[in-house]
Ligand binder design. Sequence first.
Ligand SMILES: [Zn+2]
Length: 854
Amino acid sequence: MNDAAPNAAPQTFYLKDYKPFGYEVESVKLTFQLSPNATKVHSAIRFTPKADAEDNRFFLHGEQLSLISAKIDGTPVTARLVEGGLECDVPRTSFLWEAEVEIDPAANTALEGLYMSNGMYCTQCEAEGFRKITYYPDRPDVMSTFTVRIEGDEPVMLSNGNPTGAGEGWAEWHDPWPKPAYLFALVAGDLVNHPGSFTTKSGKDVELNIWVRPGDEGKCAFGMEALKKSMKWDEDVYGLEYDLDLFNIVAVDDFNMGAMENKGLNIFNSSCVLASPETSTDANFERIEAIIAHEYFHNWTGNRITCRDWFQLCLKEGLTVFRDAQFTADMRSEPVKRIEDVIALRARQFPEDGGPLAHPPRPEEFQEINNFYTATVYEKGAEVIGMLKRLVGDDNYYKALNLYFERHDGQACTIEDWLKVFEDATGRDLSQFKLWYSQAGTPRVKVTEDYADGTYTLTFEQSTPPTPGQPEKAPRVIPMAVGLLSPNGDEVRATEVLELTEAKQSFTFEGLASKPVPSILREFSAPVILERETTNSERAFLLAHDTDPFNRWEAGNALAKEVRVAMVLDGAAPDAAYLDALEKLVRDDEQDPAFRALVLSPPSQSDIAQTLHERGHTPDPQKIYDAAETFTQTLAQQLETSLPRLYAATTVEGPYVPDADGAGKRALNSRILSLLTRLDGGEQAARQYASADNMTQQYAALAALMKAEKGETQSQAFFEQWQDDRLVMDKWFALQIACAAPETTAATAKELTQHPLFSMKNPNRFRAVMGALAGNHAGFHHASGAGYQLLAENLIALDSVNPQTTARMCAAFQTWKRYDSKRQAQIQAELERILATRDLSRDTHEMVSRMLSA
Ligand SMILES: [Zn+2]
């Protein structure tokens, strides 16, 4: 077992050390003899030494494998087992390597490599899981065709590519597309399929299947439609067609990530594919549609063109997140999608970029690559591509993408390759733009303005605070989308993109009749923090008049933050003008319900804490909580007479359809219901709970009741109704902690860890409980320290079961330097306790060390 390394400093890998593998892998043939505790894997791999190899060392990765035999060209050889794999003396001409190993899928609770989930065999090989299946050069730049034979008594046995034969107790598969080992997949078990089909634009018929456990067949239709829409969209927008006869998706209950894009055989966390109106909320439906699209889009951006090494992870992830966001914007509402993405970016990526775990989208070193599947690599990686598209324009963007697919199909590439296609397609020099890939931290852009004699000047100053290992930063290229409004609300200058390239830079606008109101960073054109002295009345003006929907929301959001900050710092009462603006907006039936719901959703308490921290204050979680409560209660009272009418007007009648329109109305309706529940003692929510025929409305009613401490009966009923549905039970677990008052949050979470349905082996359930604990800001950061202690205890317990999920959840502590010295000392003690754990995994060791050393 070498996942649990001793607590000595583990090996660090550097981008600058990259060297190609010294051998071509011509073909791979694998035979699996399945058995829960003793699966035998036979590999037959043809290697050819590269004539120009810098390094002839024949090293194959391998972890947790029992080597039974090794042969070269049919003759037994002795391989030397070394740290992380094996070495062997090999011929200087093409040769056939054969090895037989035994592995133990049932004991594999780390869920990397081949493992078992509810009696079903499945794999997860990205990033470095294939080395737990057999000895292999497990690196993304080694690509080969795979032929797979599976022997076992499972009714369904699947692998990548196309089926080439099957009989009693065996099945064979061949994938004609060369791929790295991280895209290998195998699934075997008692599964049923929801079938579908798609005809590509060149007329090829593709068979589609979603494979699930018997009983889940009724939850596949939405996912299947999402898959077909994704296939069509990628043809229409990017001209990219699917390239096999078959596309399989499998739902798995125990899975560390959301889903995995294995060639022709996507494996999904069941929470990211199974959907029905009775068990899934609108948010679940939207997420499922996006994740199915994301994994499908990887077929080109990830699989056909892959990454040279794991430092380039954002090459495939940033681009694919960007593509799935484009897809969702096209399927649903573009402004709503943009607002949701920015909320998520600020909640997840900005704290990462501003704390001890900050790293550039392309990191230059790591100990455990699993720790770099981060918001920075994914979401900031996508923002960087959005900026690139804005700078070169739409036509040039698609021109560059066509060149990328033409030039690099079948290759393992780098960020340099990616930027080069843009340079070649547009003639533009992107050397300064490239800093976005190498510099960590969120740039701050300070804006000042000046107006005289019809000329308006905006001056921008950019700077980026130091991050670990990067004390100094150079100015970046920042596309700043700006529009100007006249004082009566007309747009006097449509959006234009100003290109910031200097530390300080001014732009002038001539011929204006009066001083305009600027609308800056429209559509959130760059992932930066804008600093500008302005007034609440100007924010309220933009909330009412801005012609850019994103900035209208942003004005309301900024206003909400100012009001909260004033309440926290000065004990001020909720701002009357803001309450009036909100009331006006919420009652304006001309406005999109989804937009109204977003404006009515307050900034998160963690966001307020971050804002206070950025302004040099020490956030007090309890005060932030109290301000939020006071504000919401005051808003409910202000709206008291309109709430029943608004509730009725926004209730969606008729059968549930998970589309954007209905979802927007239900989101607004749920916000209204939560306000109403503060005033009517829960009467309306109890009625909605009793009559709801879909999860969105049932869950909204339950949440409103529990938040008001009036939901005990309904919570019990919900449990009884859904206790056999794992995904709905995850909601039940999380909701109790999310709704708990600060002083009872940790105790509630602790009690739930004693519940018979709590499990360390199911990442979804663990995240439902511990994620909800970390997400309840005032509860997690309660002065008693009980929240910190409970999370640390559970992370220590989980580490020996599942290091990857443990390490990822350690990030809940990453904002620790924001808080007062007492809380810092409490968190530090917990981090040190985790680090001192015997046989701590290298995943967790790296994360905790980084947080402590900053
Ligand atoms: Zn991805």
